[in-house]
Design a protein around this ligand. Structure first.
Ligand SMILES: CCCCCCCCCCCCCCCC(=O)SCCNC(=O)CCNC(=O)[C@H](O)C(C)(C)COP(=O)(O)OP(=O)(O)OC[C@H]1O[C@@H](n2cnc3c(N)ncnc32)[C@H](O)[C@@H]1OP(=O)(O)O
Length: 162
């Protein structure tokens, strides 16, 4: 019977990054609102995929500081479009929850405006634009300084009984 060899894989973690917010932003505790299920984007705060921290401003709008790590790579040295969409899905869906709407995302339309370099901290800003019946529209963008990396329109649908 062949012997199995145990391979030891060493994963080196990228150094810590500064995900601090702007003056006046209050840290937002997403798990206390929606539970611990948001692991895809937010689940490994020290990992090499995404690092994310959420905040609310004085007007209660949700913001996020997001670091796209090497494991989000798509085009060489830049974030995969799906990684950008995943961040939009989570952040804009969460913005609706934070505004009091228990939703899932029904439709997400992402425009990729500029290639997003890996290992860069960027900001997501969001606005709940409208709420009619079960439909809640949230807009958002990912940017750093003057550069907009992506914009999104997110149609959220409230879940009955939540
Ligand atoms: C059990 C879960 C507990 C969760 C508790 C914790 C959650 C914690 C979340 C944390 C924050 C979120 C962050 C992650 C956000 C995601 O990633 S959610 C995951 C991705 N999304 C999904 O998997 C959703 C899958 N889709 C569905 O479940 C169902 O299609 C929906 C969206 C609930 C709608 O189904 P439905 O309840 O049967 O409602 P339906 O009658 O089809 O539609 C209602 C209305 O919305 C419109 N509509 C529905 N979908 C669309 C669409 N795609 N385009 C245009 N209009 C649409 C309909 O036309 C209809 O309009 P009216 O006729 O009323 O004018």
């Amino acid at each position: 019977m062949p012997k199995t060899k145990t391979e030891r894989v060493t994963i080196s973690l990228c150094p810590p990054v500064d995900l601090g917010g702007e003056p006046g932003w209050i840290p937002f505790d997403a798990p206390s609102l929606v539970g611990e299920s948001l692991r895809f984007v937010s689940g490994e705060p020290d990992g090499n995929r995404f690092r994310a921290r959420y905040y609310r401003d004085a007007e209660q709008h949700l913001h996020a500081r997001i670091w796209f790590g090497p494991e989000t790579e798509g085009p060489p040295g830049h974030a995969h479009g799906g990684a950008v969409a995943a961040v939009m899905d989570e952040a804009l869906g969460l913005a609706a929850w934070a505004a009091g709407y228990p939703i899932v995302v029904g439709n997400l339309n992402v425009s990729f405006r500029n290639m997003l370099p890996l290992q860069k901290v960027v900001t997501v800003e969001s606005r709940v634009i409208s709420a009619e019946g079960r439909k809640v529209m949230v807009h958002g963008r990912i940017f750093s300084g003057e550069t907009v990396y992506a914009e999104a329109e997110c149609l959220c649908i409230t879940i009955p009984g939540k």
